[in-house]
Design a protein around this ligand. Structure first.
Ligand SMILES: Cc1cc2nc3c(=O)[nH]c(=O)nc-3n(C[C@H](O)[C@H](O)[C@H](O)COP(=O)(O)OP(=O)(O)OC[C@H]3O[C@@H](n4cnc5c(N)ncnc54)[C@H](O)[C@@H]3O)c2cc1C
Ligand code: FES
Length: 213
């Protein structure tokens, strides 16, 4: 949870993934969408920020043992799966989608981190024309789904579509959060086992557990 401690507005911290982790630093990859991310663009070296973390769970790696790991990322969802790709040590086929080719970042780096990189754009300006999930669906045609293990991070619509592919795996929810530590219930998601807190019980859940409607 990232906030700017010198300010009362916005009062609430925002959830971010650590994207790259180095010895004494973490990198955050962010898209400017609102108040905090706009203020982040003005930060300079030495400015203070308040970070609460690490929080929540992560992607279970052992689930990919003996399987072909497929990683699907939409937009800034790529920040969440970047450490996963590193941990899978080049075994994963990455499907990375955006609206246009300009939305797709760090493609050379991502190519090095995956066994194969498939890009997908809704306007067809780079790679497969369609969403990243459409590209996975095309890839799965004629393959045994039981051999695959899917990890996905992106907007809810993408996660819902990924869950309908019929492949076992995990999704990371982009549910809005307030406290980030399991206290306020502001991040409740409806699951097969009742309401759960995305910040504390997640944000990673098995495919099929979260209801997106
Ligand atoms: C686990 C997790 C990890 C994340 N990691 C990253 C990351 O690594 N990089 C990244 O860029 N983003 C990430 N996000 C998304 C990020 O936390 C949000 O985009 C955050 O709200 C941005 O803060 P902001 O103040 O700039 O925008 P906000 O002011 O919070 O607004 C963000 C957008 O949400 C809309 N919005 C605001 N309040 C609500 C509401 N109550 N309900 C629905 N929509 C609302 C706004 O209109 C706007 O479009 C992550 C989210 C989660 C849950
Ligand atoms: S954000 Fe408060 S309980 Fe999850």
């Amino acid at each position: 949870m990232f906030g700017l401690d010198s300010r009362k507005d916005p009062f609430l911290k925002r959830p971010f993934c650590y994207f790259r982790k180095k010895r004494n630093t973490i990198d955050i990859l962010y898209r400017v969408v609102g108040k905090v991310t706009t203020l982040m663009t003005g930060l300079r070296a030495g400015d203070a920020a308040e970070i609460l973390g690490p929080l929540g769970n992560g992607y279970p790696l052992e689930a990919a043992d003996g399987k072909n790991p497929i990683v699907v990322a939409g937009g800034v969802g790529i920040a969440s799966v970047y450490p996963l790709l590193e941990a899978l040590e080049g075994r994963a086929h990455l499907f990375y989608g955006g609206r246009t080719g300009q939305d797709l970042l760090l493609t050379d780096e991502l190519k090095r981190l995956s066994s194969k990189l498939t890009l997908a754009t809704e306007d067809g300006s780079a790679g497969f024309r369609g969403t990243a999930v459409d590209a996975v669906r095309a890839y799965l045609a004629g393959r045994d789904k039981r051999d695959q293990l899917l990890y996905a991070c992106g907007p809810n619509g993408m996660l819902k579509a990924a869950g309908a592919l019929g492949v076992a795996g995990y999704i990371s929810s982009e549910q809005m959060m307030a406290c980030g530590i399991g206290v306020c219930l502001g991040c409740a998601v409806k699951t097969a086992g009742g309401y759960k807190r995305a910040c504390k019980d997640g944000p990673v859940f098995p495919i099929g557990e979260v209801f997106f409607d």
